[in-house]
Design a protein around this ligand. Structure first.
Ligand code: SAH
Length: 390
């Protein structure tokens, strides 16, 4: 099947070594067909699957890129993408999906490292300092955050290395450092300090501003996120004063935009305490008052609402790949909101949850896949349901 015609128009030089893009051997049109078909096969039994929303330019959409540093045998510093299969590092400054400016910055930083005294961390014996680098870019604001992840405190604001970075990349608006003491551990675990600038960037989504820090969760494809949110909020047909639950709300983006655009009263529930605090800050930043935030497990919280006989007009749920828990759905059908807007990043668990909801009083009125992650095998779907008794 790998004829020249089927190859992606742009070629990634690291495609064979890097396992990041599972569909890099397909042209974009075929990728979209493949994703459409995946969702169609799983969800057609519930209703018409509308045409997938793809990107006009599917390259370089990521606003967040993670790089790993390694010292090669010849002494050169190598900066690249982490290869999960081999624990190796694949040098790739022409990645098809990473932001191009972020790749240029990574290259500049690597060049500066070659002549600096900064020690690169070695996972083999735990010596050295610098482990990883994270670059986040504001799609509309143009702001750029650079975060170094080190085994111990390494950088100070007046370091010559930091000065050189700022001189050579004047578009970097903030630099932070995370001290990560675990040998393997999660990429961004550890205490963060600000080296330069405010410690975070902002970007706008559906005309609202959001704060993005190194650790905060933020959708990685802002162009498609806008399309997906616009669709989800329009289809939720919210009216002023309606009670809406935004479950699995992350940093509050969908709920804040929905509250501002429609005047509905939004309750936002999120388990991660950092995302919850970011969500509160984001509501304040946009001066949105008709939203409140709860830091809790979505199932536990909706069970409490059901127990107290609370009323909801609409539930917007955007769960992780595992989908909504059965307990969450059991309480949802007790409360019986008129509409449910399900934003799913895994059509298999969406299928499972749709079986349950369609057996328990709901019908699917609208199903549309969105390509949030071109060149990868992930596909997002918006499914809007209504209560049959309506
Ligand atoms: N709606 C957001 C985030 C979606 S990602 C957006 O569009 O950006 C899913 C979110 O669900 C994550 O922020 C994760 O922390 C949260 N989450 C995972 N399990 C949860 C649970 N049991 N209860 C509440 N939130 C949960």
């Amino acid at each position: 099947m790998n004829t020249a015609k089927n190859k992606a128009e742009k070629v990634c030089t690291a495609a064979k070594k890097c396992s990041g893009c599972q569909l890099s051997n397909m042209n974009y049109e075929r990728q979209l067909k493949w994703k459409q078909n995946t969702v169609y096969k799983l969800l057609r039994q519930f209703g018409t699957v509308k045409k997938i929303v793809g990107m006009s330019d599917p390259c370089h959409y990521r606003n967040k890129q993670q790089f790993v540093f390694k010292r090669a045998k010849n002494g050169k510093v190598v900066c690249g993408l982490y290869q999960s299969k081999t624990n190796g590092v694949v040098e790739c400054f022409d990645c098809l999906i990473n932001n191009e400016r972020a790749c240029e910055i990574a290259k500049t930083v690597t060049e500066l490292l070659q002549s600096s005294k900064i020690k690169i961390y070695s996972p083999k014996n735990g010596s050295g300092n610098l482990k990883h680098m994270l670059i986040k870019t504001g799609n509309k604001s143009g702001e750029i955050l650079l975060c170094f992840v080190c085994a111990k405190r390494t950088f100070k604001p007046d370091d010559i290395f930091i000065k050189h970075i700022i001189e050579q990349c004047p578009d970097i608006t903030t630099i932070t450092e995370i001290v990560n003491k675990t040998p393997e551990g999660v990429f961004l675990d550890g205490e963060e300090s600000i080296i330069f600038g405010r410690g975070y960037i902002t970007d706008s989504l559906c005309k609202m501003r959001f704060k993005i820090s190194a650790k905060s969760f933020y959708q990685i494809n802002p162009t498609q996120t806008e399309r997906l949110y616009t669709c989800a909020i329009e289809r939720a047909r919210l009216e002023k004063g309606e009670q809406v639950l935004d479950a699995y709300s992350g940093v509050g983006t969908i709920g804040i935009i929905a509250a501002a655009q429609t005047g509905a009263e939004v309750l936002s529930v999120e388990l991660n305490p950092d995302a919850y605090s970011n969500a509160r800050e984001n509501a304040e930043l946009n001066d949105v008052q008709n939203i409140s935030f709860v830091n809790d497990d979505a199932q536990r919280y909706i069970e409490e609402l059901a127990k107290n006989g609370e009323h909801l007009d609409c539930v917007i749920a955007d769960p992780p790949r595992a989908g909504c828990s059965r307990g969450f759905l059991l309480s949802l059908i007790k409360i019986k909101p008129k509409r449910v807007v399900y934003v799913s990043c895994n059509p298999k668990t969406l299928q499972r949850d749709l079986y349950f909801l369609t057996k328990n009083g709901y019908k699917a009125d609208f199903i549309r896949p969105f390509d949030m992650f071109p060149f990868t095998n992930h596909v997002e779907t918006v499914c809007v349901m209504s209560c049959k008794e309506d």
